[in-house]
Design a protein around this ligand. Structure first.
Ligand code: HEC
Ligand code: HEC
Ligand code: HEC
Ligand code: HEC
Ligand code: HEC
Length: 279
């Protein structure tokens, strides 16, 4: 009997080890996730000269450095044109320099790259009031310190300059739930991807719904936001269900792993005691 148990001992330890690995693999995988490195923004004559200028001419440099544009390699000349390599001729119109846009031209200025947003904006109640008291891109996003878009942009300070916060709050409320749902699903997909689950189809489905959702705001149409958000929530619900299936399956496996470890440990202790008694 003892001899048999003794032979079993390495097998027991192997079982215990496998169980332990199964339990710890999940958090280890999540920790292995790494952040992507942003592309470098090259130094230009625009940045060099303007950093040394005072007030309204120098201020844009420090503000822009904190922006999502700087992070993505969109530099002074990407927006203002000109020659970023030739200090003497940098701001020559013949080198494509555009200068600073006047208020009415700002949507077209930003819209060279953000075509869809510009179209939605121009068709909205805000766009129709451009140059007549309506807000434009810079009113809400600022000119140089443009940050990653979020619902925080809808706040009392910005939105009560011209009217009450009521309609702004209605749009924000309609969007907040869906935004939270998107963030939550994104995090769960990320956690599964990190442990090697194939999440490509779910990731693509989420990406499509997220893009659809982010085109809603500039219309300023509360009813459309509400009806579209309902449909988007339903689509997100499908991804949620799929995720839950995989998560439950993995949680089940974790419990089985934990039970295996517990059983193995009890058996090891028993074996140890038996040996002490009979040796
Ligand atoms: C050698 C210094 C120098 C360089 C290089 C330079 N700037 Fe300027 N910039 C100035 C000065 C001085 C002014 C203010 C006088 C003026 O408007 O000409 C100015 C004004 C501007 C303005 C405001 C124009 C307006 O209509 O108010 C913008 C925008 C601008 N620069 C962008 C750029 C960009 C983009 C580049 C690179 C392609 C650049 N600058 C390169 C010195 C410079
Ligand atoms: C995302 C596009 C964008 C980028 C990138 C950008 N600008 Fe501008 N800039 C604008 C817009 C739009 C205005 C006019 C906004 C306004 O009237 O408030 C402007 C205005 C200016 C002005 C005139 C400011 C004034 O008060 O008269 C200067 C000078 C200027 N930019 C310099 C720069 C420099 C230098 C850089 C790079 C460090 C830069 N900009 C990067 C969009 C941009
Ligand atoms: C009344 C305020 C306001 C105005 C005017 C405005 N935006 Fe926005 N913008 C927002 C808010 C709020 C969001 C965030 C919406 C969300 O989280 O879905 C946003 C999101 C964005 C985004 C990211 C989402 C996407 O669809 O790619 C971009 C890019 C953008 N705006 C560019 C612009 C441009 C360009 C203009 C001018 C043509 C403009 N915005 C005018 C408030 C504004
Ligand atoms: C030369 C092209 C170009 C111009 C002009 C430009 N942008 Fe952008 N913008 C980009 C790129 C590239 C990104 C980063 C990738 C992305 O998120 O789309 C970006 C990102 C943004 C974002 C964040 C989007 C998000 O998903 O969170 C906002 C908001 C934005 N830009 C607003 C503006 C505004 C306002 C202007 C005008 C003052 C402007 N942009 C002019 C190219 C441009
Ligand atoms: C510079 C002035 C100004 C600012 C700032 C401003 N708005 Fe407006 N807004 C207007 C004008 C003008 C109208 C059209 C007239 C009206 O309906 O009152 C309007 C209308 C609206 C409408 C009704 C649209 C419709 O079709 O009935 C909503 C919703 C709205 N704004 C939301 C916002 C939000 C959200 C913000 C802040 C992110 C904001 N506004 C900031 C000027 C502004």
């Amino acid at each position: 009997m003892i001899r048999k148990l003794r032979k079993l001992k390495p097998a027991l330890f192997a079982a215990a080890l496998t169980g332990l690995l199964a339990v710890t693999a999940y958090p280890a995988g999540v920790r292995a996730e790494t952040a992507p490195t942003p592309p470098p923004t090259p130094e230009t004559v625009c940045i060099q000269c303007h950093s040394s200028l005072p007030d309204r001419l120098g201020a844009p440099v420090a503000l822009w450095k904190q922006s999502i544009h700087a992070e993505n390699g969109i530099s002074c000349n990407s927006c203002h044109g000109g020659d970023p390599k030739n200090a003497a001729d940098a701001m020559n119109r013949s080198r494509g320099f555009l200068g600073a846009p006047k208020e009415e031209n700002i949507p077209a200025f930003c819209g060279r790259c953000h075509v869809g947003v510009m179209k939605d904006y121009l068709a909205s109640a805000h766009g129709k009031m451009l140059g007549k008291g309506g807000p434009h891109c810079v009113t809400c996003h600022s000119n140089h310190k443009v940050l990653k878009a979020s619902l925080d942009l809808i706040n009392e300070k910005t939105c009560t300059q011209c009217h009450t916060f009521e309609r702004a709050a209605a749009i924000k409320a309609a969007m907040q739930q869906t935004e939270g749902y998107i963030v939550q699903i994104d995090r769960r997909i990320g956690a599964l991807t990190a442990v090697g689950v194939d999440t490509e189809t779910m990731g693509k489905a989420l990406f499509a719904q997220r893009n659809r959702f982010h085109t809603l705001f500039h219309d300023q149409d509360v009813n459309r936001v509400k009806s579209e958000s309902t449909q988007i929530n339903a689509e997100l619900g499908k991804i949620d269900k799929q995720l839950k299936g995989i998560e439950d399956q993995r949680a089940g496996r974790k419990v089985t792993g934990a039970i295996a470890v517990a059983v193995a440990l009890v058996l090891a202790v028993l074996f140890h005691l038996l040996r002490k008694t009979y040796d």
